[in-house]
Write a protein that binds this ligand. Structure first.
Ligand code: AP5
Ligand code: ZN
Length: 215
């Protein structure tokens, strides 16, 4: 099963991806997580990406496409994958079509999570992420079992550098200009599923799994 999660920053892509990994036994490919790992280890790509990420701007398409092409060709993607945070521009979506064709694959479900801006801001400013495995929590909506400790790996929870209010506002603007057009791009293709992302986390999870069963 090849799944794509589309949605604004804070829509819940990472949160739902964690459950889809369990449900379908397929890996999550988060371009944001891959870039953050590159920043952390100080690679050339990480140094280049950091300036864009800290401002809430998109990293150039050529950098992202290099990452995706290599990752999709890995063995663990043979039984399926979950794209989280990619594609984010029409150019990235067009390139994805070419890469999938080359690999003899297609998308089975393109899931758009819709959430209004006000709610996105509350979610992102209250988010805490694991500094070791990247899992997302929320101080109010999805608190960890033990304060500031990751449920999955025991790592410390921190505030992501781009989750301050000014950067969040810019990320939402960038989303509207550059990424939102992808909703119409995919709506007219097969396997498009729109889900109300304002429900609670469990209800969204159920809706996604149900919708994917029909695909
Ligand atoms: P990326 O890491 O992809 O960030 P993003 O798209 O801004 O998305 P987020 O991770 O912020 O949100 P999410 O939808 O995963 O929400 P989450 O589940 O955590 O990208 C970061 C940067 O990298 C970009 O700005 C860009 O610079 C660069 N980049 C990455 N990919 C790129 C690409 N393809 N091209 C170019 N540049 C790229 O949930 C958010 C919070 O809400 C959490 O606290 C969570 O607990 C809570 N929550 C989740 N669901 C619910 C719910 N239903 N109800 C209540 N709270 C909820
Ligand atoms: Zn963790």
């Amino acid at each position: 099963m090849n799944i794509m999660l589309l949605g604004a920053p804070g829509a819940g892509k990472g949160t739902q991806a964690k459950y889809l990994i369990e449900n379908f036994g397929i890996p999550q490919i988060s371009t944001g997580d891959i870039l953050r790992a590159a920043v952390k280890s100080g690679t050339e790509m990480g140094i280049k990406a950091k300036n864009y990420m800290d401002k809430g701007e998109l990293v150039p398409d050529d950098v992202i496409l290099g990452i995706i092409k290599d990752r999709l060709a890995e063995d663990d993607c043979k039984k399926g994958f979950i794209l989280d945070g990619f594609p984010r521009t029409v150019a990235q979506a067009d390139s994805l079509e070419v890469v999938l064709k080359e690999l003899g694959k297609k998308m089975d479900g393109v899931i758009a999570l819709t959430v209004k801006d006000e709610e996105l801001i509350t979610r992102l400013t209250g988010r805490r992420v694991c500094k070791d495995c990247g899992s997302s929590f929320h101080i109010k909506f999805n608190p960890p079992k033990v304060e500031n400790i990751c449920d999955y790996c025991g790592g410390e929870l921190i505030i992501r550098k781009d989750d301050n209010i000014d950067t969040v506002k810019n990320r939402l603007e960038v989303y509207k200009k550059q990424t939102e057009p992808l909703i119409e791009y995919y709506r007219n293709k097969g396997s498009f599923i729109e889900i109300n992302g304002e429900q609670d986390i469990t209800a969204i999870r159920k809706d996604i799994v149900e919708a994917l069963k029909g695909e």
